[in-house]
Write a protein that binds this ligand. Sequence first.
Ligand SMILES: Nc1ncnc2c1ncn2[C@@H]1O[C@H](COP(=O)(O)OP(=O)(O)OP(=O)(O)O)[C@@H](O)[C@H]1O
Ligand SMILES: [Mg+2]
Length: 467
Amino acid sequence: MATRFGRYTVVRQLGSGGMGSVYEAIHADLQKRVAIKTLHASFAEDEMLRARFLREGQLSAKLRHPHVVDVFDVGVEADVPYLVMEILDGEDLDHVLKREPIQPVAKTMERLLPVCAAVAAAHEAGIIHRDLKPANVFLARTAAGEVPKVLDFGLGKLADAEGGGLTGTSVALGTPDYMAPEQVQNSREADGRCDQYSLGVLLYQCLVGKKPFAGETMAENVFRVLSGQYDPPRQVNPNIPPALELVIVKAMSLAPEDRYASVSAFARALLPFATQDVRHRWESVFGPPESSMTPPPLGGPGRISSLPPVQESPYTLGDVQPGPPSVLFMGRSGPTQILGPEKPPFPWLFVVIPLVLSVLGVGGVVGWKLTHPPAPPPAPPRVETFTVQVAVTPATATLELDGAPVGTGTYTAALPRDGRMHLLRATAPGYVEGVLAFRDAAPAQTLTLTAVVVDAGPPPRRRRREH
Ligand SMILES: Nc1ncnc2c1ncn2[C@@H]1O[C@H](COP(=O)(O)OP(=O)(O)OP(=O)(O)O)[C@@H](O)[C@H]1O
Ligand SMILES: [Mg+2]
């Protein structure tokens, strides 16, 4: 039955995501079909998130672009914050990829170039999307054919919300699969280049047929994102043109400065792979394709080649950036399920703990021989270390460092300061797994796992006694 929601009559639910639900509705007076996005009740209780939702809604309403969904109203009705958008017929790219995981190159260009145009225009207006993913690219069916439209502009910024977290520090919400490493480390610091990275991941998925960082566990996922370990596109799908592989890899560089200078530059690099018609259309927006493309750096000194090989790949690109050294995240994993009447608002939470980054020189010294009369005596090779001391609650939690078991309850070790990213993972039955990620500096000394809330369900019905 249709429900009244302010001036709108809700017809049906179109879907639900991490942040809220989307409904088809009709404006009572105008008899106009619209889509209404409401914020999940659990978020709506948080004053700060509420305010941000509305503010970002207002901001995205200002962004008018043929490839961005039009937002034309925001408000609060019966204590539920909502925003009203143009309703789109068709389906989002996530649905398409679930049905046909590998997309042809030309089709992908036809869809992605308009998305790049929308993101580039938003960047010029000072708006970063921060949550670009296939579910936020809607392929609208119109009289003129398929029109890609970007959804949820600005809403990814809710990720920067303060408070309400597990430890009271900043909480980042989003989809790790498409998130740039610097965004995973410190969402608030990430600039527009994180959107280019997400577009690179999206491009990878369309052409390769799978997400680049899909690991068995959330911990593995994050580890792969932070270390840039994924199967080279052409290794999985050799039909991808080698030059296009370079574009994907450059956009997905670990270090933002190794990516294209802008989303427009990224789009220009894609133009040669579009059909002539599509290329001509977008050349007028992005400019002609660059004549020579600089291939991205492939390993070499200072690159992260020393990371444990989760998966062997020559594409461990870019210098590891000295971001905040410690990332703690907790999320659902494995068979543990949080059961409840409402879909949990986000499938996982990142809690970013800013720590002071200590940069130390490495005491590697070239070994001169004492017998060399003019040379000074050789300094003994010094290996700087840092001490990790973590106590986990419950004390029965099983601990793994970089995938290898390291006991239960507490972990103490002196590790070399060698620029390697480490993951300390704690699991215990009945608790949400917890992971501390750190590099060259000690992470938090305590880690408290959150007990899984299991909905007991309706009370069992009494059996009638049989006589
Ligand atoms: N303006 C719209 N018109 C038609 N369908 C829409 C519109 N906006 C969103 N949808 C659809 O509603 C569903 C839910 O969207 P929603 O944004 O809540 O989910 P999501 O993108 O998976 O998660 P997130 O909250 O992380 O963005 C999706 O299937 C989406 O395609
Ligand atoms: Mg969405």
